[in-house]
Design a protein around this ligand. Sequence first.
Ligand code: Z5A
Length: 220
Amino acid sequence: MTDTMTPHALRRGALISLEGGEGAGKTTVLVALRARLEARGHAVVGTREPGGTPAGEAIRALLLDPAQPLVPNTELLLMFASRAQLVETLVEPALARGDMVLADRFTDASFAYQGGGRGLPMGLIADLERAFVGRMPDFTLLLDLDVQAGLARARSRGAPADRIEREKDEFFERVRGAYRARAAAQPQRIGVVDASQPVEAVVQDACAALDAFLDRWNAP
Ligand code: Z5A
């Protein structure tokens, strides 16, 4: 039986996350990934982090408010508070129904930003992941882009920078390094896409990587 013929009731839900640094182009790629999943017959629940639930969105507003000088531990715990709410109320129920959850960032972002960027211990983040999340994404796409190119794109949008976007370039270099290190350590789970390409090529590579994952995931 080919994938497009698999009845929905027989499908296994999967958690798929999209990651990247500043200006990597997640917005366009997310739209394409959702369309690809739906074209293959999957029900898709989209979400984002931090946020994705009413409580999570309130936490997001606090996290990104430039007027709130949060210490790194507070930032880390708020990321996990938002995630705990999301996992219990949205992610797990959707997966139990057999839906695909498409997440604009997930726990890899905490390893990259709070671990790499802020320098908090990776072991502490792994402990929080075990205690309050209990799962990793089944598949992650990392849109990888040179930091200067990403910042130039993000700044060209003209929107005021949020609290984290105001960080120095070195912070974003550490974030990128942490993302790339995780992708190198977990090549089965994390696919890397060269986000410096024109947007059509980025979308094409991202969809090809998603297709390869879905073929593995839906294999009998
Ligand atoms: N964060 C954290 O610290 N810890 C955590 O655990 C989690 C998150 C979960 C909010 O996330 C912040 O939270 C984020 C990480 C932190 N902080 N920062 N900084 P977010 O995902 O909501 O925010 P974001 O990173 O700023 O994402 P974004 O703005 O929604 O998307 P993007 O990937 O950065 O960029 P875009 O809007 O899709 O594209 C940027 C511009 O580039 C836009 O004008 C596009 O038209 C253009 N673009 C896109 N692709 C291309 C290509 N290929 N060529 C040329 N131009 C392009």
